[in-house]
Design a protein. Structure first.
Length: 83
């Protein structure tokens, strides 16, 4: 294939992709209507009770564990170890 034919094929494929994206977008644009409900039952949600929250960060129910990090390693002075 020459470069002219390659460009024509690429342009044709691009146009075909653009048209197919437009067609798929147009086909999927309608919204579905909900199915009619045949039952006439009414249900009520159970009552919700509030949860207890602590305002002070050090007291109450703390969900995060304390940080226990090992100390930083120390080396002999004058030695540089870079990564």
């Amino acid at each position: 294939m020459t470069s002219r034919n390659t460009r024509r094929v690429a342009a044709g494929l691009g146009i075909a992709a653009f048209i197919s994206m437009g067609a798929l977008t147009a086909c999927g644009g309608s919204e579905e209507k909900p199915a009619p409900s045949s039952s006439t039952e009414t249900t009520s949600a159970p009552s919700v009770t509030p949860t207890e929250k602590s305002i002070s960060p050090s007291g109450g129910n703390s969900f995060s564990p304390p940080v226990k990090a090992p100390p930083a390693p120390t080396g002999v002075p004058g030695t540089n170890h870079t990564g």
